[in-house]
Design a protein around this ligand. Structure first.
Ligand SMILES: [Zn+2]
Length: 148
């Protein structure tokens, strides 16, 4: 089998398309949640806490400086504000996925819980044709049957 046809089979047969859709939607969803946290949720919280910009919260370990050669050296800092934003983003995504899985499981459970339909036919004991469940005489071979 050539590599091309092998790849074609892989791409068409497997869940590659489903997977690709999931990854693309997931990526877009992640961007939306990130924006929701950074642009919608955190600014009012920061304002309520006295005008704190969460993405700017950091502990500076070493100030920005210039080295002996005159080149700028970036400050070393623990950016826990950005980290908090990302943690909140993750919690929102995790909660959304949890709700999704929960509702899917609920639907699945409903499907399983549906009782199997009562049989409406039976097999004639003499000619083995399928006849109505309440028949006392087979319409095909006229054998008298015990009521089921
Ligand atoms: Zn019969």
């Amino acid at each position: 089998m050539s590599i091309v046809s092998e790849f074609k089979e892989f791409a068409v047969k497997g869940n590659v398309v489903d997977m690709a859709v999931g990854i693309i939607i997931g990526g877009a969803f992640g961007t939306i949640v990130k924006s929701l946290v950074e642009d919608v949720i955190m600014p009012p919280i920061g304002l309520a806490m006295g005008g704190v910009d969460f993405s700017a919260l950091q502990v500076v370990l070493k100030d920005a400086s210039t080295n002996d050669a005159g080149e700028a050296v970036a400050a070393v800092a623990i950016k826990y504000g950005v980290f908090l934003n990302n943690v909140l983003s993750f919690l929102i995504v995790a909660f959304a996925v949890f709700m999704l899985v929960k509702s899917i499981n609920k639907l699945k459970k409903k499907e399983v819980a549906a009782p199997p339909a009562d049989p409406t036919t039976k097999e004639c004991s003499a000619c083995f044709s399928t006849i109505h469940i309440k028949a006392t005489r087979c319409p095909n071979c006229t054998t008298e049957l015990k009521a089921a």
